[in-house]
Design a protein around this ligand. Structure first.
Ligand code: HEC
Length: 162
């Protein structure tokens, strides 16, 4: 390849790398960047609830609240930090493709998969106030997990500063 083409190729490859690095994370609900704050809760540009990490690594209150609720009602099956278990899927992964209405639908109505060798049951939480009152917080926490935020360390920091 002529030298100029080689240089162009290197420049293009370098450019693609820089672009790749600056692309914002996205998940099933789209770009999670917070654009609005209403009474301490953050929303993205589609008005879906979202998380916000301060520059010092502290997460918002919803993420912290969701972290607590998750670890009281969901982690027995879905594993600590939304990382999944042999019984239930990793929600830190699910939320990469799942949007808010689909998430709410599964949590409210539950889901049963009897086609697998082992019957797999997600209970319905629609009548459980400890879950329903915090549905947004659970979503926000798991959305943070899907985007590499909301670790136990970050949540502990939010608790100390609350
Ligand atoms: C008793 C165990 C159990 C508990 C407790 C539980 N889940 Fe599940 N959940 C499951 C199983 C099993 C599945 C997979 C169901 C299937 O295969 O269709 C699932 C699926 C899901 C899904 C769909 C994931 C996907 O990739 O499609 C979401 C969202 C979810 N659970 C959220 C929650 C939340 C939030 C809580 C806590 C409020 C919770 N679950 C508590 C067992 C549980």
């Amino acid at each position: 390849m002529p030298v100029t083409h080689l240089i162009m190729a290197i420049l293009l490859a370098g450019g693609a790398f820089v672009l790749g690095a600056s692309v914002a994370f996205a998940d099933g609900s789209g770009d999670p960047a917070a654009v609005k704050n209403e009474g301490g809760k953050y929303y993205d540009k589609e008005s879906n609830p979202t998380f916000k990490v301060q520059s010092d690594g502290t997460v918002d209150w919803s993420t912290y609240s969701g972290f607590r609720r998750y670890h009281s009602d969901c982690h027995v099956c879905h594993g600590p930090d939304g990382e999944g278990s042999s019984y239930a899927p990793a929600l830190s992964n699910s939320l990469k493709t799942m949007n808010y209405p689909d998430f709410a639908n599964v949590v409210v109505n539950g889901r049963k998969n009897v086609n697998t060798a082992q019957e797999s049951v997600m209970p319905a939480f629609g009548t459980n106030p400890n879950v329903m009152c915090y549905l947004d917080d659970l979503f926000v926490y798991l959305r943070a997990r899907a985007n590499g935020a909301g670790s136990a360390r970050q949540a502990a920091k939010a608790r100390r500063e609350a």
